[in-house]
Design a protein around this ligand. Structure first.
Ligand code: NAD
Length: 420
């Protein structure tokens, strides 16, 4: 389909076809499982600080409506396209189904570099985006959340814009909003916490001691920073590599992650942090470590570098960090590298978003301990299912995880019929 014409969407479709072949899915069911149910493109004019009016392109894709409303993040990134948004929505579908959440996948966003906007411009763009989306979203239709380039403040502007339109506060329209306006305790940390929980489970299976381990984290935003800090200061893992979009640092003696966090607070990026240990960002992923965590953008582990990875555990915190070509190489290296696939590894975010939505619908608050405890229970269940299926069927962890998700959606479509 021409509107989704994009490398990332092609990658998501190729991954799906691998699973469809493995599950022997009838060709009549494949397209309706794969293609999004709905896609919306919007044009967003914004008054800029210099007096000009700039026009941005926004998207929202709702992948399937079979299991409940759709749910998915909002990405503000310069290269965002309809195809990439659709790929991310499809991955959300399998992710929600794997965790047994009552959602179809969705994703949205704006093609923009948010770091180039003033706060006022960012607010105007965020509000305009939500304004345009009002006819297509709702607490029982499609619930937004944060993703790359958006944060709690952007979610607050979304919620406020939607609520002003309704005439009353509708906190359930977005998740990942500040606790002060109905966000849940533990949402900001949820994805990174989940990543670390699963890494510890993998270490346990591999019988390796976290205190003797090293880790490299690509991306030091919401997910990467929480994962790096938790690994360093709670699990006892030495962080030897860290990067963001401006710099990559490698120090076998260990990086002071708290100092890196403070530096980000002050400067906004890692460009001037620990400059004597800067390395080529392209080489960071293939440097020696026990745990490699891509927590930034998609397609960073490819046919070109998959054979060179030197980690024991690959924890895919980002969405779509590994290409299908790289997967074939990693499948051959299954006894060297334990892969925690993205739809399992970063599911903590949507799981706690689901808790936030449920609390919002019920106007009832849970404690952070309740949230985290429930999060780990769901992750544990999914992790155990994926490992069991991979072992029994002699398939990769990714195939096992996606197969569980796709199967659940297919089963629901079969009993419901053609509409959703
Ligand atoms: P974020 O915007 O908070 O942080 C992104 C980080 O990646 C920043 O440090 C940025 O500088 C860095 N980065 C960008 N391009 C890079 C590059 N080429 N090389 C190295 N670093 C680069 O985003 P986030 O919310 O932490 O999301 C990170 C990834 O995790 C994304 O793939 C996102 O889809 C995925 N994810 C996020 C959540 C969530 O709850 N936030 C949930 C599930 C999955």
């Amino acid at each position: 389909m021409i509107i989704y014409d994009d490398e990332v969407f092609k990658m998501a479709c190729d991954q799906f076809q691998v699973i469809a072949d493995y599950l022997n899915i009838d060709p009549n069911d494949r397209d309706r499982l794969m293609y999004p149910k709905r896609a919306v493109a919007v044009t967003l004019p914004v008054h800029m600080d210099d007096g000009s009016t700039k026009t941005f392109q926004g998207y929202r894709v709702q992948h399937h409506l079979t299991l409940g409303p759709t749910k998915g993040g909002t990405r503000f990134a310069p290269s965002l396209s309809m195809g990439e948004t659709a790929a991310l929505a499809m991955w959300m579908s399998w992710k929600c189904a794997l965790s047994n959440l009552p959602y179809g996948g969705a994703k949205g966003g704006v093609a923009v570099d948010p770091s180039k906007l003033s706060r006022r411009e960012l607010e105007a763009l965020s509000r305009r985006y939500m304004q345009e989306m009002i006819p297509f979203v709702g607490p029982h239709t499609d619930i937004m959340g944060p993703d790359m380039g958006t944060n709690e403040q952007v979610m607050a502007w979304f919620m406020d814009t939607y609520s002003v339109y309704q005439g009353y506060s509708v906190s359930e329209i977005v998740t990942g909003k500040p606790v002060a306006i109905g966000g849940t305790e533990g949402r900001r940390e949820a994805t990174g916490r989940g990543v670390v929980y699963l890494i510890e489970r993998a270490m346990n299976i591999l019988k390796i001691d976290p205190e003797k381990c090293t880790a490299i984290v690509q991306g030091f935003g919401n997910v990467g920073s929480v994962a790096a800090l938790s690994l360093a200061y709670k699990s006892g893992v030495k962080i030897v590599g860290l990067s963001d979009h401006t710099a990559a640092i490698y120090n076998p003696k260990g990086i002071d992650v708290k100092a890196a966090e403070q530096h980000i607070f002050k400067k906004g990026h890692l460009k001037a942090f620990d400059q004597e240990n800067h390395v080529d960002p392209n080489k960071l992923l293939t440097m020696k470590c026990d745990v490699l965590i891509p927590a930034a953008v998609d397609r960073v582990i490819t046919e070109k570098n998959a054979a060179k990875l030197q980690c024991r555990i690959l924890a895919e915190a980002a969405n779509g960090p590994t290409t299908p070509g790289a997967d074939l190489i990693l499948e051959q290296r299954w006894d060297e590298i334990f892969v925690i696939p993205d739809i399992l590894c970063n599911a903590g975010g949507v799981i706690v978003s689901y808790f936030e939505w449920v609390q919002g619908l019920q106007s009832f608050r849970w404690t952070e301990m309740e949230v985290t405890d429930k999060l780990f229970r769901i992750l544990e269940h999914s992790f155990a299912q994926v490992i069991k299926r991979a072992k029994e069927h002699k398939i990769s962890h990714r195939t096992a995880a996606m197969a569980i998700g796709v199967e659940r959606v297919l089963k629901a479509k079969k009993v419901r019929g053609l509409f959703p």
